[in-house]
Design a protein around this ligand. Structure first.
Ligand SMILES: *Cc1c(COP(=O)(O)O)cnc(C)c1O
Length: 400
């Protein structure tokens, strides 16, 4: 039996043909028809102009620079996220301000965002930008978040790296903010092996980002430079992969959702196990299937479940470690932090590839059930409750 990975690339079949086109044309670098076609297809899907870049992190970096973020500025950002949402704030010499999640969606709390904005408004020093992160395939609650940003005159950047294919009240993730960043890293819902997109309703901003992404080279044959640029452009070869991947995105969303639905059906009777809540306001892609484990009721800690899975050559991971718990970022200002800390302490992601076989998924389910089984027994065998409860108590005591 092979290793079961958390999330692996899943080609649709037409990617190689597009890559062959790129080779045949000899456009193998940072210019070419595959890039144009990929950006066009992506932009049409989202309803906004888009530029293809080397990574999602590069997209966030350029997006924040477009918003004028610089030394001395504050940028409000979700506390519960991957570190790449925050590092570009530091690249620009600005200060991140972390806002905790709400328990209902696991995403940025509008109430705490309001607190953070109001406090800075009173001081007459509004933040330069808000970065809202859409986690694990679901959008944050965008209506109140966007309304707060408008009311305070602060631009909004959506970190949609994990939410390509998700929607909020019928509109795609990444079509709400002044800017949105996407990622095609190897573990995301579709991949170009590595890459990203920055999108915005402002075509002039997207042109500017494209210019910065190729070393801010001025037109003309001479190497003439007026602004600082970066080597951030996606290659024409990787854009060819992206074209093929984009064609199967909707299928990948259906497959990831089906993976989560099978886990939910097989595991949600376990006491103390709770799946990531699916908010009523949109479509959750379930890029990763996430759940939390209450050790007192489940009879096993998160780390015991992770260890049992690892022993069977199954890759699972804790949920994101919040930024305020990172040695790198612990000293920045924050609003809240208890919700994200609680999710990190108890939460994990299960293998969620769109190509996950039923046999492999059953292996995962069997290990999780076996690890939490003794605690689950009373719920499933009420007739033997007296005996089973005694067993469950014995099983729970050492963990508690
Ligand atoms: C993956 C990810 C990124 C970064 O994307 P890369 O393409 O790996 O640079 C940013 N934010 C979040 C929330 C992510 O999950």
């Amino acid at each position: 039996m092979g290793r079961v990975h958390l999330s692996v690339p899943h080609m649709g079949g037409r990617e190689e043909g597009y890559v062959r086109e790129a080779f045949a044309s000899n456009w193998l670098s940072s210019v070419g028809p595959q890039l144009d076609a990929f950006e066009r297809a992506f932009g049409e899907r989202l309803g906004r102009p888009a530029v293809a870049l080397a990574s999602g992190t590069a997209a966030i970096h350029l997006g924040l620079r477009l918003l004028g973020v610089g030394p001395g500025d504050e940028v409000i950002v979700s506390d519960f996220t991957f570190v790449a949402s925050v590092n570009p704030i530091l690249y620009l010499g600005a200060t991140p301000v972390f806002v905790d999640s709400e328990p209902g969606s696991w995403m940025m709390s509008p109430a705490l965002l309001e607190e953070a904005l109001a406090e800075r408004g009173r001081r007459g020093r509004p933040p330069r930008a808000v970065v809202v992160v859409h986690l694990y395939g679901q959008c944050a609650d965008l209506d109140p978040i966007a309304a707060l940003c408008r009311a305070h005159g602060v631009p909004l950047l959506e970190d949609a790296a994990e939410a390509l294919g998700a929607s909020y009240r019928g509109r795609p993730a990444g079509s709400f903010g002044d800017l949105a960043a996407f990622s095609f890293n190897g573990n995301k819902i579709i991949t170009t092996t590595g890459g990203g997109v920055l999108a915005s309703p402002r075509a002039d901003w997207i042109d500017k980002a494209r210019y910065w992404s190729t070393q801010a080279r001025e037109p003309g044959p001479a190497y003439h430079h007026v602004e600082v640029g970066y080597n951030y452009r996606m290659s024409n070869v990787l854009a060819a992969i992206g074209r093929g991947q984009l064609e199967v995105l909707d299928e990948r969303v259906r497959q990831r959702r089906a993976v989560e639905a099978r886990y939910r059906a097989a595991l949600s009777d376990l006491p103390g196990v709770e799946f990531m809540p699916e908010a009523a306001y949109g479509l959750h892609t379930h890029w990763l299937t996430c759940l939390t484990l209450d050790p007192a009721r489940a009879g096993a800690t998160r780390d015991e479940v992770l260890a049992a899975l690892a022993a069977e050559d199954i890759e699972a991971r804790p949920l994101w470690k919040p930024m305020h718990l990172q040695p790198l970022h612990a000293h920045w200002p924050r609003h809240g932090g208890e919700v994200s800390a609680g999710l990190f302490a108890r939460g994990l992601c299960l293998p969620s590839s769109s190509s996950l076989t039923l046999a492999d998924q059953h292996r995962v389910i069997e290990v999780v059930r076996r690890t939490a089984r003794r605690a689950a027994a009373p719920a499933r065998a009420p007739a033997e409750a007296g005996v089973a409860f005694a067993g469950a108590a014995a099983a729970v005591a050492p963990a508690g």
